[in-house]
Design a protein. Structure first.
Length: 422
């Protein structure tokens, strides 16, 4: 009785995937083969094809000449579903029973792109000798493709671990100049999963769950894109730290940049920065007029002086950012008079029954006839520093003494710190 002996097969796919084919037997014509699969190329970029090397015997004798082979991949040892199409190798030369056949299980091949996703696979082989005529004789039993130890690190759910103090545990590089290529692509079909997930487990230090860097001025370290119907291009979540953290190292850079609309559901804050509100004298108007609706004063936009024969008050509105913190009041005077002028920053409740005016800061002129002063002077302190535009209106008033030809107001500056938008 004739029989086909399938002794053993080894496979190496690319540089890391090694596949061993188990022993299989058949009651078909007395063919026997033994073989191994080796890498197709070690010097050039490795493709998805590899070489199957085998030895075929008929009735115990090695076969010479040419034979046709058919290779098919299955998802079960028996029955099951074929993965991809059947790959046929015709007129394969044999010498003393030995032959080679290049097989390709990768994307774009007859076996299809889903060949190896971590699922178990079995290889079925059929042969006909001589080549070109007759029916193919299947080798009995499919050979299970089993991974070599290091290939186990590529199966779904695998862990690649190592102690790499100054290098990456896994490095993937794509050298193509194509504008649409990727080094790594992550895809997830789950309604609550992640295509790419990064986690930094250290509980201290400046570590990163996901870190992106680009060397191109037009590039993106990390790029996120959402479909038109909604979703998040980039999503960050944190209980007390930073869901998304951006940093600019130059004044013309952006730690966070939005080209188009930006939406914040909650508070948006940043490191407090000092800002200034400067008012020229053009903002000031007399608080009241005499019976003839007249006040004798000079306001040239850059200087204000009272020429009335009585002390007069001049007022100016102030609009500061809500939640800002006032840190200073600076007033610039020209003072060669003995009389004193007083500038005050005030607030009044929007509801007039809620209370009276509050004085936040005061600056007095400091000159005299004998010792003239011309410069800017600061308030000693600030009260009610937090700006509350929801409950108060803010303004400045200055009391200029009568006939103050030698006492002029130049400008006022309010210094404040802001740590969130307004």
């Amino acid at each position: 009785m004739q029989h086909l002996k399938f002794m053993k097969l080894w496979a190496i796919l690319g540089l890391v995937l090694a596949l061993g084919l188990a022993v299989a037997r058949s009651s078909a014509p007395a063919w026997a083969q033994e073989g191994e699969i080796t890498d197709q190329s070690m010097a050039a970029a490795v493709g998805t094809a590899f070489t199957y090397q085998g030895r075929l015997e008929q009735n115990g004798s090695p076969v010479s000449g040419a034979c046709d082979f058919q290779f098919s991949l299955w998802d079960a040892a028996t029955g099951g579903t074929q993965v991809g199409a059947t790959e046929t190798k015709t007129s394969v030369p044999l010498s003393a029973g030995y032959f080679n056949a290049a097989l390709d299980f990768g994307p774009g091949s007859l076996f299809g792109p889903a060949t190896f996703g971590g699922e178990a696979r079995w290889l079925a082989i059929s042969v006909r000798c001589p080549a070109g005529g007759g029916a193919y004789a299947p080798l009995s039993g499919r050979a299970a493709l089993t991974p070599a130890p290091y290939a186990l690190s590529l199966r779904p759910g695998a862990l690649i671990a190592g102690d790499m103090p100054s290098a990456a545990t896994l490095r993937v590089r794509n050298n193509t100049a194509s504008t649409s290529s990727s080094a790594i692509q992550g895809m997830n079909s789950s309604t609550a999963g992640a295509g790419v997930y990064g986690r930094a487990e250290a509980t201290s230090g400046a570590n990163y769950g996901v870190y992106g860097q680009t060397d191109s001025p037009q590039g993106y370290g990390v790029f996120g894109k959402a479909p038109p119907a909604g979703g998040y291009g980039v999503f960050g979540e944190s209980a007390s730290g930073h869901g998304v953290h951006g940093k600019a190292t130059t004044m013309d850079g952006y730690g966070l940049f939005s080209e188009g609309n930006a939406y914040i559901d909650g508070k948006l804050g940043w490191k407090g920065m000092t800002s200034y509100l400067s008012l020229s004298t053009a903002a000031f108007l007399p608080q009241s007029y005499d019976a003839n609706a007249y006040i004798d004063y000079v306001n040239e936009g850059y200087r204000l002086k009272n020429q009335s024969n009585r002390s007069e008050w001049y007022v100016a509105p102030v609009q500061l950012p809500h939640t800002a913190v006032i840190t200073g009041l600076n007033v610039c005077w020209k003072d060669f008079a003995d009389a004193t002028a007083t500038m005050a920053l005030r607030r009044r409740p929007l509801n007039p029954v809620a209370g009276d005016h509050d004085v936040l800061a005061v600056v007095n002129s400091v000159g005299s006839v004998g010792v003239g002063r011309e410069g800017c002077y600061s308030a000693d302190s600030v009260s009610f520093a937090a700006v509350d535009n929801a409950g108060y209106a803010y303004y400045l008033d200055v009391a200029l003494p009568a006939n103050s030809e030698d006492l002029e107001l130049y400008a006022v500056q309010i210094v404040y710190e802001i740590s969130q938008p307004y």
